[in-house]
Design a protein around this ligand. Structure first.
Ligand code: HEC
Length: 253
C-alpha cells in the first residue's frame, strides 16, 4: 500500500516538474494551471518567432527560389527550441487536456502561416520581403485565435504609442496594465502580470508577458524618431531595454 502510494506520488511529481521557468506544469491550483498554459503558449509563439528571425538572411536571399522553409521545417525548429527552454515535448501533452488542445492549435497556426506564405518566402529576385518576425507573430496569433474557437486568444501588443498595426492595439484593460504595471520602473523586468477578469462578458484568466527592445530591434524601432525604417514605418525612438512588446494571452473559463 505504502509502495503503491509513493509510486503514485512519484508519478504526480514527475507530471508537475518540467513546466516553464518558475511555473510547474499541470498541477496545483487552477490559476497556476492557467499560468502554466499561458506561459507555454507564449513560449511556443516566441520560439517560432525566433526561428523566423534566425532565418531572415535565408528568407531575404534574392538569388534563391525554393528555400525549403516549409511550415513543418519551421515547426520542427520551434519545437527544438521549446524543448530546450521548457524541458518538455509539446507533442506529448495529452491532446484531450486544455493545454494539449491549445498547444496543438498554436503549432497548427505556425504551420499554416508559413505554408500560406510560401509564395512570398520563395520569391526569386526580391531581397527584403517584409516577412519579418513581427508580421509572422501577428499572423500566427490571428490564426491561433481562429483555431482555438473561443477558448483562448493571443496577441502581440505594445504600449499604445508604439503600436504600428491597428490590429495589434492593446484593449483598455491591456493599456491599463501596461501603463500602471509593466511600465512602472519598479516592475521586475520580464515578470508576467496575471489576473482573472471579465472579458467580452466572460470570466477569463489574462496573462501579459513583457518584452524589451534588444539592439536588433532598434534598426526599425529606434532613433532617429520619425525616420523611415526599411519597412516604410517611422521609427519610434525606442531605446535598448525599453518595454517594446507584450504577449497578451486570454484563457476563457
Ligand atoms: C525590420 C524592421 C523591424 C525590426 C528589426 C523589428 N520590428 Fe517590430 N515591427 C516592425 C513592423 C513593420 C511591424 C508591424 C508589423 C505588422 O504589420 O503587423 C512591427 C511590429 C511590432 C510589434 C507589434 C505591435 C505593432 O507595433 O504593430 C511589436 C510588439 C514589435 N514590432 C516589437 C519588436 C521587437 C521587440 C523587436 C526586436 C526583437 C522588433 N520589433 C524588431 C518592424 C521591425
Amino acid at each position: 500500500m505504502r509502495a503503491a502510494l509513493s509510486a503514485a506520488r512519484r508519478v504526480s511529481l514527475a507530471i508537475c516538474i518540467g513546466g516553464f521557468a518558475s511555473y510547474s506544469a499541470i498541477c496545483g491550483t487552477p490559476e497556476e494551471d492557467d499560468a502554466a498554459i499561458a506561459q507555454n503558449l507564449a513560449a511556443m509563439l516566441r520560439d517560432a518567432r525566433t526561428v523566423i528571425s534566425d532565418q531572415q538572411d535565408l528568407i531575404n536571399n534574392p538569388q534563391l527560389g525554393d528555400k525549403h522553409l516549409t511550415g513543418d521545417v519551421v515547426l520542427a525548429q520551434a519545437i527544438a527550441k521549446y524543448e530546450k527552454d521548457t524541458g518538455s515535448d509539446p507533442k506529448k501533452v495529452d491532446p484531450a487536456s486544455r493545454q494539449g488542445r491549445l498547444l496543438r492549435a498554436m503549432m497548427a497556426a505556425i504551420v499554416e502561416v508559413v505554408d500560406d506564405n510560401q509564395p512570398t518566402i520563395n520569391e526569386e529576385g526580391t531581397g527584403f520581403k517584409g516577412f519579418i518576425p513581427a508580421v509572422f507573430a501577428r499572423l500566427v496569433a490571428e490564426s491561433f485565435v481562429h483555431l482555438a474557437k473561443g477558448e483562448a486568444e493571443i496577441k502581440v501588443t505594445a504600449p499604445l504609442e508604439l503600436v504600428r498595426n491597428r490590429k495589434a492595439r492593446p484593449d483598455p484593460w491591456e493599456t491599463e496594465i501596461i501603463e500602471k504595471r509593466l511600465l512602472d520602473p519598479a516592475w521586475p523586468a520580464g515578470q508576467p502580470f496575471s489576473a482573472t477578469v471579465e472579458t467580452k462578458g466572460r470570466p477569463a484568466f489574462r496573462f501579459m508577458v513583457p518584452e524589451y527592445y534588444a539592439e536588433s530591434c532598434l534598426a526599425c524601432h529606434g532613433s532617429p524618431k520619425g525616420r523611415m525604417d526599411v519597412t516604410g514605418y517611422p521609427k519610434e525612438g525606442g531605446k535598448l531595454n525599453d518595454l517594446g512588446a507584450v504577449i497578451s494571452i486570454t484563457l476563457y473559463h
